[in-house]
Design a protein around this ligand. Structure first.
Ligand code: HEC
Ligand code: HEC
Length: 308
């Protein structure tokens, strides 16, 4: 155990120059070395990159207390394990730097864009409903109800983070900017090589992440403790975009587009928790809710995905 802690500390010191301390649930600020992608890479004309206020400006009152509660839930979602969370993940695992990092689907980029029509639900979703979706799919859990302290706290944190942001304006750095499909068809076999060279050191040879005690310090990429077959990240295009801009941690933007798509295809060629929309029939669920951007229903590594 002690040896593992030492190894992890060493690894973070070597790999991230000591800036990122995933163990403490902190990631580098956008200015830190390695977060080298400028906020304005996809800047529509005339729109300035947005910088959320520093956390020292969270007010010292009841409102500020709710902002801090939301931040705590976002950084350590395992507090909700068993109630609303049913895997090993935390919101900030996919929305880096406490939900502040451009091109890592920052919460200031999201807040001002809801209510919005979404193809996934086929209706206009409020921010509350959008967050509930991430609980059901990314966290493989249960949606906290409107009016629950958890949902209110998260929304209060995002609202505060968006102080000064223009409403209903798509800000540069929102989402995970799309990475064009590369020349060669994405290939999980080539992706396996990328994984071994660039990812396994942190996420483990088996993609199951690494824990200290019962806390993940490196989150699992597939299997029972990861996001489920309904999550945005199970889509190869979405995963490629996240990976290209954000992984390896602290070295976003260093993989080629081809490598990002290949490793995304490999990562998502493994079994994970069932799609909550599963109708009882794999082929039907595949046809209704999935498209060519994923391996759900395909045979991979000798097993049909989604079939267990
Ligand atoms: C496994 C990775 C992952 C985890 C964990 C995760 N999300 Fe997300 N989240 C995504 C992806 C991917 C998208 C974009 C989905 C898409 O566009 O297909 C997203 C989108 C969002 C959006 C909308 C962003 C926008 O600009 O419209 C919000 C809000 C959000 N997530 C909140 C949360 C919250 C709150 C949690 C924790 C309870 C969480 N997410 C956990 C991957 C994740
Ligand atoms: C230096 C260690 C490190 C390396 C190398 C690394 N990651 Fe990560 N990765 C992390 C950490 C830590 C997080 C969670 C970030 C946070 O919570 O701030 C993460 C998050 C993720 C996530 C979202 C959370 C999840 O479990 O689904 C994915 C997907 C991911 N990494 C894929 C990759 C891929 C693919 C590679 C190789 C190209 C890679 N990572 C390389 C440390 C690393």
């Amino acid at each position: 155990m002690i040896k593992l802690v030492v190894n992890l500390a060493l690894m973070s010191a070597v790999l991230w120059g000591g800036v990122a301390t995933a163990q403490q649930g902190e990631t580098p600020t956008p200015e830190a070395p390695g977060q080298q992608e400028p906020a304005g890479t996809s800047s529509p004309q005339g729109i300035q990159p947005f910088t959320p206020p520093p956390e020292s400006e969270i007010p010292d009152d009841e409102f500020g207390a709710m902002v801090r509660r939301g931040k705590a839930l976002f950084m350590d979602s395992q507090q909700m394990r068993g109630t609303y969370v049913n895997n090993g993940l935390t919101c900030a695992n996919c929305h880096l730097d406490r939900g502040r990092k451009p091109n890592s689907s920052p919460m200031w980029g999201a807040w001002t864009m809801y209510p919005a029509y979404r193809g996934k639900t086929g209706r206009v979703d409020t921010m509350a409903e959008r967050i509930q979706g991430c609980f059901e799919y990314s966290m493989n859990g249960k949606a906290p109800p409107v009016g629950s302290e958890e949902l209110t706290a998260l929304m209060t944190y995002f609202y505060w983070m968006s102080t000064g942001a223009p409403t209903r304006v798509e800000l540069p750095g929102r989402g995970y900017p799309e990475v064009p499909k590369p020349a060669q068809e994405p290939d999980p076999a080539r992706g396996e090589q990328v994984f071994a060279a660039q990812c396994a050191i942190c996420h483990g040879e088996d993609g199951q992440g690494r824990k200290v005690g019962d806390q993940y310090v490196f989150p699992p990429l597939w299997g029972e403790e990861s996001y489920n077959w309904g999550a945005g990240m199970h889509r190869i295009n979405t995963a490629a975009a996240f990976i290209k801009h954000n992984m390896p941690l602290g070295q976003g933007g260093t993989l080629s587009d081809q490598e990002a798509w290949d490793v995304a295809s490999y990562m998502n060629s493994h079994e994970r928790p069932q799609d909550p929309r599963f109708t009882g029939d794999l082929a039907e669920t595949d046809k209704t809710f999935h498209d060519e951007q994923c391996h759900y229903g395909e045979e991979m590594h000798g097993k049909v995905l989604g079939g267990s």
